[in-house]
Design a protein around this ligand. Structure first.
Ligand code: NDP
Length: 355
């Protein structure tokens, strides 16, 4: 049998205090069951929100894996390798890389026993790193959908976004470059030399222009943007942040422009001038990837494969992460401490758990 160590929680609250390691045995797989082993899984903001109990989609708390209290395993995204299969398994073989087939999978664990129907087998793992496969299905997929679902953008068209340093923002910049779209990326103010470093970083991904929130808040920005776009109307904006930053992004949209809100990192509500709605037919709406993937899992994995090809071709650059390593030989308390450190550090940058 295989020993699995899982990061579980049985009540909602501050993740550092709620999570703990739970060790349990997995029996050798029979029938259509397979045992898969973690390669890598990120900590995304929504994973944290699930543990805080403030995210609308959550795994149910149950005693399925043998906990005394009803619990859930954290994490929604990640890539696993098949390590053993039951004799009725037809779609998987040892060594295949698989992604969670559905939401609330519980990816923060060393091993999991699944039915083959619960996972999506990647066409191939060749030319991919665990980091790329572990982080493709949420952020780059969201950027892909937001760039294609709302406005029929043509080569040379513009979009504007805040939260441009986020995983979604970086993917949007790069897909824009690949598709011949121009982007204006808004980032938070910061002191030099960090500011120049971040700007260079986003320009190297293919950002057309990068501005800070305070530059976007200055009246002169309108004229500046008009010069950049040659007066072309900006029809699409993405909002990751909320508050004043979102208001300022909305002001730059042209007539009938759409602002798509996908995150609320500042925790500030959205406020827009009435005049935008009346005189510019401003459209403010939201996007939730989970909703789309639930309705259209095949469409989602088609986008995932397309994005993985872009990684293979070197067209998409890896999202910067801090790697936190679990080893098979790690004790349970080491597994837990490594994870809690990653949770703490997730406030200042994307964390990856790898095994
Ligand atoms: P990352 O961890 O990669 O990036 C976080 C981003 O938020 C950075 O750009 C960071 O800016 C910014 N940020 C952090 N704190 C604040 C703050 N207090 N005020 C303003 N900006 C802040 O995140 P992801 O790309 O994984 O996710 C970003 C957002 O998108 C999250 O809200 C997430 O839930 C959401 N999301 C939504 C999806 C959907 O379907 N609706 C799908 C995927 C993600 P800085 O670099 O300056 O620190």
């Amino acid at each position: 049998s295989t020993v699995s160590r899982a990061i579980i929680y049985s009540e909602y609250g501050n993740p550092r205090e709620c999570v703990k390691v739970f060790e349990h045995k997995l029996e050798a797989p029979t029938g259509s069951q397979a045992i898969i082993r973690l390669l890598a899984a990120p900590i995304n903001p929504s994973d944290i929100n699930q543990i805080e109990g403030v995210y609308p989609s959550r795994p149910e708390l149950s005693t399925k894996i043998g906990t005394t209290q009803p619990s859930a395993v954290g994490g929604n995204e990640g890539v696993f390798e098949v390590v053993s299969v039951g004799n009725g398994v037809s779609s998987l073989k040892v060594g295949d890389w698989v992604l969670p087939g559905a939401l609330n999978f519980g990816t923060w664990r060393t091993h999991i026993s699944v039915d083959e129907s619960q996972v999506y087998k990647l066409r191939s793992s060749e030319g991919l790193t665990p980091l790329q496969a572990a982080t493709v299905s949420v952020n780059p997929t969201t950027a892909h959908q937001m760039l294609t679902e709302f406005v029929n953008l043509q080569k040379g068209d513009w979009f504007i976004q805040n939260g441009a340093t986020s995983g979604v923002g970086r993917a949007a910049i790069q897909l824009g470059r690949i598709w011949g779209l121009n982007s204006i990326s808004v980032i938070r103010d910061r002191a030099e030399p960090d500011l120049a470093k971040i700007k260079d970083d986003l320009y190297s991904l293919g950002a057309t222009h990068v501005v800070t929130d305070s530059e976007l808040n200055d009246k002169s920005i309108k004229k500046q943007i008009d010069e950049w776009t040659g007066g072309a109307s900006i029809q699409l904006g993405f909002n990751c942040v909320g508050g004043k930053s979102a208001t300022n992004v909305a002001r730059q949209l042209g007539h009938s422009g759409q602002l798509i809100t996908y995150g609320g990192m500042s925790k500030q509500p959205l406020t827009f001038p009435t005049s935008l709605f009346i005189f510019k037919n401003f459209i403010s709406r939201g996007y939730w990837l989970s909703e789309w993937s639930k309705k259209n899992p095949q469409g989602k994995f088609a986008v995932v494969e397309k994005l993985l090809d872009l990684y293979r071709a070197g067209e998409l650059t890896d999202v910067p992460v801090t790697k936190n390593t679990w080893r098979e030989s790690s004790s349970n308390s080491e597994i837990e401490e490594t994870f809690k450190t990653a949770i703490d550090n997730s406030k200042t940058g994307k964390q990856l758990i790898e095994l």
